[in-house]
Design a protein around this ligand. Structure first.
Ligand code: ZN
Length: 288
C-alpha cells in the first residue's frame, strides 16, 4: 500500500490549480480542454487528490467503496479526484487502482477529523415524524436522487472551477449536524445561497441535465452531470427551465430561485458530488 498525497501550495490555497489535460485514456473520449483541480481538503466532506499512476500509461480504473472515481492528469501523473463522504471516519482511506495491464494496487490518504457544528432544534412532533404516505414517497425519491448523484458518464469535466449559480450570501452550513427534538437527522450536505424569489439560477459549468422534478424535501430540483461522476444539484426552485437530456453551457439559465419543498424561505440549495459523495461546494467556487 502506497501513501500518495498531493499537497496544494499555500499560495494557491483558494485558487484552483490549472492544468492541461494532455493524455487521454481508452475509456474517456477526447477532450482537449483546460481543467482546474478542486481545492484539496482531507476531511470528511472534502476532496482528496491522489496520484495513481504514470501519465504515460493508459488511465487506470480507480474505485472507492465500489464507485468509479474521476481520474485526470497533472504534471505527467494520473490523479484520482476523490470525493470524501461526510460519513468518512478519520484515518487512512484507500482507493483501488486497476491498471489497464491488469496489475492492481491500493493508494491511500490520511483523512483528518472535522467537527462540524451541531444544531439542536425543537419543533412540533408532526414535523419530525413523516406520515406513512410521505415516507413512501421520500423512499422512492431517495432512490431517484441517488441514481443521479451516483451516475458516472465517460467524459471528463471541462473544469472543476465553478461559477456561483446565483450571486448572494453563501451560508457555511455544509456539514451542519441537525438534531430535531433529540433525534439526529442527515447532516446538511450542500451550500445554501440566499437570493430573492425568482432570481435566475445559472449553470456553473458546461454539462448535461440528468434529471429534474418536484421532490418532497427538495422541491423543484435539477441535476447536472459535468462528467465522470462530477454532478451538481439545485433545490427548492420555483421554476425549472431545462429538462433531462438538455446540454447546458456555463452561465445558461436553468431555473429560478424558490421556496419549494421543506424550507423556511426562498434560497438555493446547491450540492456537488464526486463518486456519489456530496462534498463541500466551497472547494469548487471562487472565494465569496
Ligand atoms: Zn440547504
Amino acid at each position: 500500500m502506497k501513501l500518495s498525497r498531493i499537497t496544494t501550495p499555500r499560495s494557491t490555497h483558494h485558487r484552483p490549480v490549472v492544468l492541461a489535460v494532455a493524455l487521454l485514456s481508452a475509456a474517456i473520449p477526447h477532450q482537449a480542454a483546460l481543467a482546474a483541480l478542486p481545492q484539496q481538503s482531507l476531511v470528511p466532506g472534502g476532496v482528496a487528490l491522489i496520484a495513481v499512476g504514470d501519465g504515460k500509461e493508459p488511465a487506470p480504473t480507480v474505485t472507492f467503496a465500489g464507485k468509479r472515481v474521476l481520474t485526470t492528469t497533472q504534471d505527467g501523473k494520473w490523479i484520482a479526484v476523490l470525493g470524501l463522504p461526510l460519513s468518512t471516519k478519520p484515518g487512512r482511506v484507500s482507493v483501488d487502482v486497476q491498471a489497464l495491464g491488469g496489475s492492481r494496487d491500493q493508494h491511500s490518504v490520511v483523512v483528518e477529523d472535522k467537527k462540524y457544528v451541531e444544531q439542536r432544534l425543537k419543533v412540533a412532533p408532526g414535523q419530525v415524524d413523516l406520515a406513512p404516505q410521505d415516507l413512501e414517497r421520500v423512499d422512492v425519491e431517495q432512490k431517484r436522487i441517488r441514481e443521479s448523484l451516483g451516475s458516472f458518464s465517460p467524459v471528463l469535466p471541462a473544469t472543476f472551477s465553478l461559477q456561483p449559480p446565483v450571486s448572494g450570501p453563501r451560508s457555511s452550513s455544509y456539514g451542519l449536524r441537525r438534531v430535531f427534538n433529540g433525534q439526529p437527522r442527515a447532516p446538511h450536505s450542500g451550500m445554501d445561497i440566499a437570493a430573492a424569489l425568482g432570481t435566475p439560477i445559472l449553470a456553473p459549468a458546461d454539462g448535461k441535465v440528468l434529471d429534474s422534478g418536484e421532490f418532497f424535501f427538495n422541491g423543484g430540483t435539477v441535476f447536472i452531470d459535468h462528467g465522470s461522476g462530477f454532478v451538481t444539484m439545485y433545490c427548492h426552485l420555483s421554476q425549472t427551465d431545462v429538462k433531462p437530456g438538455d446540454v447546458v453551457r456555463a452561465g445558461q439559465i436553468i431555473g429560478k430561485v424558490g421556496a419549494t419543498g421543506r424550507v423556511t424561505g426562498p434560497h438555493l440549495h446547491f450540492g456537488v458530488t464526486l463518486n456519489g459523495a456530496l462534498v463541500d461546494p466551497a472547494l469548487f467556487l471562487p472565494p465569496p
